[in-house]
Ligand binder design. Structure first.
Ligand SMILES: [Zn+2]
Length: 115
């Protein structure tokens, strides 16, 4: 049994060296879709993209929701019992995370993205 196990290990090593040398078609371990893998990537490029909605904290989602309702920072601050400065900080963080430049873009993002 011990020698069989060793043979398996050698075979596996050989296979991974070949994988590193040339691009192969691999099926993504998350979505199962076939993709070109040039290294040891196990997931396709789509699955490697961050899921934006998941990056937002509960509080950030609340703020996005209020921006979608066209509320001003002052109103958002009032609704969430925060200071206006804190809301601005949250806004900047959300802008960076979602790669948007304005609250208008953020509102559009919120309308098109299901979350
Ligand atoms: Zn995938």
């Amino acid at each position: 049994m011990a020698s069989t196990l060793r043979d398996d290990l050698v075979t596996n090593d050989h296979a991974s060296i070949e994988t590193a040398a040339s691009a192969i078609l691999r099926s993504c371990c998350r979505c199962g879709q076939e993709f070109q893998s040039s290294s040891r990537e196990l997931v396709c490029s789509d699955c490697r993209k961050p899921k934006l909605t998941r990056q937002l904290s509960f509080r950030e989602k609340q703020i996005v929701d209020l921006v979608r309702q066209a509320k001003a920072n002052k109103e958002i601050a009032f609704d969430l019992h925060l200071s206006e400065g804190t809301v601005k900080e949250y806004m900047n963080r959300i802008f960076r995370k979602l790669e948007v430049k304005s609250r208008t873009e953020l509102a559009i993002w919120a309308l098109t993205e299901s979350h």
